[in-house]
Write a protein that binds this ligand. Structure first.
Ligand code: NAP
Ligand code: HSE
Length: 429
């Protein structure tokens, strides 16, 4: 039988891992698929670059044409990253009837529907397991494993950089800036960490998970996003004292046919399984009406974990080729999207205030909550030597986001009473 020829777009971190697995696991991949797999061409930017694996000179190319227009190549693996160029290569490959595997969450979150529609039109496969949570097979799990259930909630720690930073802040009592610098020096955080620390990377992944979990097209613009750059070591210390950890959580929720998707630093009760996901690890918690609670944990990035998911997608394409069923499993959302309003999004909240230290202040504060029908679970006044004001920590019962926003707006108008709203966190678990 002729080998299945594959073209790689990119030979960086993930591409290198793909080559290692395809070559190192040759016998097992043959056993799994019944076909031998050959990486025929690899697109790079600079052929003269020193690489950590040796690749025959004639396999490397600086021209995408050698991959996309190569009639022998049946599967194109896009691991070059970026959006516009990668999108045009993928659409062209599909146009030519080639199947596609990609690890590109930026691309799939923004242009997934267009790419999947082109794949359906051309009878081609598009798989993108590595685009969310690297080595955790969460996409296949949502599409196949939960196909019999109705998912109501997905909560994910889907960004390793921010989880590393928050873990260090929690374990060492260090400040955000300090840990970020250390993470950059160790290569865990990028030189420009904006996309990670401001939550955009996680938002892209949550748009993909929300789409798969709820069968609606969740666009990036539908995801409300707040990153971790405002998380202070004081907040983390208070969280720990009250029995919580602060995590950057992606939260996708469904109630009846209405959904919401968000990313924000969240106080997670220490007993919740997500609270003990530390360092660069990722985890995705999925709640289904029938199955109840499940959680998937593992490495969210890195050469070999990410390549594991990419090559698993390649195996799926090759099996489909052998069965002649490519393009039959393209995921198409079948439900109309209805987004929850702020009035309909409910959660518990942690609110830390600096207020005037005088008689009657606490009553005025609690009256504002009562006026918006927000019930309080606990109110604590903490001694804090760093402020001349009283510091009040409030945890609400479940309340609508809109009502909490109105409470916060009212505090903003209470000059001389509320000096500062120090922090507000959603509370889970
Ligand atoms: P990377 O290390 O920067 O590698 C990118 C590769 O693509 C390099 O080989 C580069 O060539 C090549 N390339 C980039 N732009 C090109 C262009 N315009 N023309 C030709 N070649 C081009 O990236 P990576 O970390 O492997 O990430 C690849 C993809 O996987 C991204 O979409 C990323 O989001 C996703 N992903 C990565 C991880 C991870 O752990 N790294 C985890 C999950 C998903 P040169 O080598 O010649 O520079
Ligand atoms: N920057 C991402 C992270 C890489 O920190 O998780 C994996 O997508």
């Amino acid at each position: 039988m002729k080998p299945i020829k594959v073209g790689l777009l990119g030979l960086g971190t993930v591409g290198t891992g793909v080559v290692r697995i395809v070559e190192g696991h040759r016998e097992d991949l043959l056993g799994q698929t019944g076909s031998s797999i050959e990486i025929a061409k690899i697109l790079v930017q600079d052929k003269s670059k020193t690489r950590s694996i040796s690749v025959p000179e004639d396999k490397l190319t600086e021209s995408a044409r050698d991959v996309i227009e190569n009639p022998d190549i049946q599967v194109v693996i896009e691991v070059m990253g970026g959006i516009e160029t990668a999108k045009s290569y993928i659409l062209e490959a599909l146009e030519r009837g080639k199947h596609v595997v990609t690890a590109n969450k930026d691309l799939m979150a923004l242009h997934g529907p267009e790419i999947l529609a082109k794949a359906a039109e051309k009878g081609c496969d598009v798989y993108y397991e590595a685009s969310v949570a690297g080595g955790i097979p969460i996409i296949r799990t949502l599409i196949e494993g939960f196909s019999s259930d109705r998912i109501t909630k997905i909560m994910g720690i889907v960004n390793g950089t921010t989880n590393y930073i928050l873990t260090k802040m929690s374990q060492e009592g260090a400040a955000y800036e300090e840990v970020l610098k250390e993470a950059q020096a160790l290569g865990y955080a990028e030189a420009d960490p904006t996309s990670d620390v401001e939550g955009l990377d996680a938002a892209r992944k949550m748009a993909i998970l929300g789409t798969l979990g709820f069968h609606v097209n969740v666009a990036l613009a539908d995801v409300s996003v707040k990153g971790i750059s405002g998380v202070s070591k004081e907040d983390i210390a208070y969280a720990k004292r009250l029995g919580y950890e602060v995590k950057l959580l992606g939260i996708a929720e469904r109630q009846d046919d209405q959904i919401s998707v968000s990313v924000q630093p969240t106080m997670v009760r220490a007993s919740h399984p997500l609270a003990s996901v530390n360092g660069v690890f990722n985890a995705v918690y999925v709640y289904g009406e029938a199955v109840g609670e499940t959680m998937f944990y593992g490495p969210g990035a890195g050469e070999m974990p990410t390549a594991t998911s990419v090559v698993a997608d390649l195996v799926a394409v090759v099996r489909n080729l052998n069965l002649g069923i490519n393009g039959r499993q393209v995921f198409v959302p079948y439900k109309e999207k209805k987004l929850k309003t702020d009035e309909q999004i409910a959660s518990k909240y942690f609110i830390r205030l600096h207020v005037a230290d005088k008689a009657g202040v606490l009553a005025q504060i609690t009256n504002i909550f009562a006026g918006e029908d927000v019930s309080l679970e606990s109110v604590v006044q903490q001694p804090n030597a760093t402020t001349p004001h009283a510091e009040i920590i409030i945890i609400t019962h479940s309340a609508s986001q809109a009502a909490v926003n109105r409470v916060l707006a009212a505090f903003g108008d209470m000059e001389g009473i509320v000096h500062e709203i120090k922090s507000v966190y959603r509370v889970e678990g």
